[in-house]
Design a protein around this ligand. Structure first.
Ligand code: HPA
Ligand code: ZN
Length: 324
């Protein structure tokens, strides 16, 4: 059995497997520009974040109805259970859908219908995090937050994703202040392709976790600050290699981040696109970086520690790792 763990960096749209993409395209009368699953998988040859995002956004077009979002989320939860996931904090990108005329209600109702049965079906507790697309205007992010207000009982926090370079966190200072005012938790992607300074800016927005964050190694003072404050990083090793933020798994900076005293977690990001779900990431690290069992258990404990669960739930889940 895989180690019990939390997944804290997972884009639900990034769990769309080619088979389900074809099923939903057929159901919705959409013709994809690919004829077979193999043909589509062959397009998963990315050179950077943008080349991935182009395909990721193109394929979201098959998601049209509540049932589509429910099927997508159910498929993820089924796979996550087999990977030892006991708690998942799931990102979604409403602007990728509302920009196509799909309503916020359709997206949130569809996803939460699957989350509602996750504890019973899979023993996985869940939280939902709304991400703003940083390459779109800040005013649109504010409109997105307003459109989500009727659903805030189902959304624990907000994040920031999409094309990083040229779209610094400071662009979203007002939106993040409004989200905090609404009682939401804050996270942001920073330091994936962008510079260490974007991590500093994300901290200035008030975020509690940094998604990716690997570029903090370029700034020793920032590294020391992240260690001292126990600010979690949600690191995604297979993603970093596929999007060429890191050359090979053997070169991945995860051990250096752990050795610097950071609260590092391992996550899958967009598993349908990057060649593995969360335990596949743990196993790839074990193999290529020779992480021993105790280091893997530390990563699993960190995943619960870095979650937005209440203290007693964290402790109960950490005890499962200890007993594993
Ligand atoms: O890894 C990512 N980085 C930025 N934006 C994203 N949107 C989906 N996945 C990602
Ligand atoms: Zn991500």
């Amino acid at each position: 059995m895989p180690l019990p763990k939390a997944e804290l960096h997972l884009h639900i749209e990034g769990t769309l497997e080619p088979e389900l993409a074809f099923t939903l395209a057929h159901r919705n009368g959409i013709t994809l520009p690919y004829t077979t699953v193999a043909d589509l998988r062959a397009a998963y040859d990315f050179t950077d974040l943008q080349s991935f995002l182009d395909l990721y956004y193109a394929l979201t077009d098959v998601l049209r109805t509540e049932a589509d979002f429910t099927d997508l989320t159910r498929a993820y939860l089924t796979r996550a259970a087999a990977q030892g996931v006991r708690h998942a904090e799931i990102f979604f990108d409403p602007q990728a859908h509302t920009a196509r005329g799909i309503t916020m209600d359709t997206v949130v109702n569809g996803i939460t219908a699957a989350l509602d049965t996750s504890e019973t079906d899979h023993g996985i507790s869940t939280h939902l995090i709304l991400c703003f697309l940083r390459d779109r205007p800040a005013a649109e992010a504010m409109d997105t937050l307003d459109a989500a207000r009727p659903h805030l009982d189902r959304i624990i926090g907000v994040g920031l994703d999409s094309a990083e370079v040229g779209h610094p966190p400071t662009k979203f200072t007002d939106v993040f202040a409004a989200a905090r005012e609404a009682g939401l938790r804050l996270v942001a992607h920073a330091g994936e392709e962008g510079p260490a300074d974007y991590i500093r800016q994300a901290l200035d927005l008030g975020v509690e976790r940094i998604d990716h964050g690997i570029r903090c190694l370029d700034d020793p003072d920032l590294l020391a600050h992240l260690a001292a404050t126990r600010t979690p990083l949600t690191v995604c090793p297979l993603s970093n290699v596929r999007l060429r933020a890191v050359d090979t798994l053997a070169d991945h900076p995860l051990p250096a981040l752990m050795d610097a005293g950071l609260l590092v977690t391992v996550n899958s990001d967009d598993p349908a696109y990057f060649g593995g779900y969360v335990d596949d990431n743990y196993r790839a690290l074990a193999e290529h970086l020779h992480l021993d069992r105790e280091r893997l258990r530390t990563l699993a404990r960190n995943s619960f520690e870095a979650s937005f669960l209440p203290r007693d739930r964290k402790d109960a889940l950490i005890a499962l790792v200890d007993a594993h």
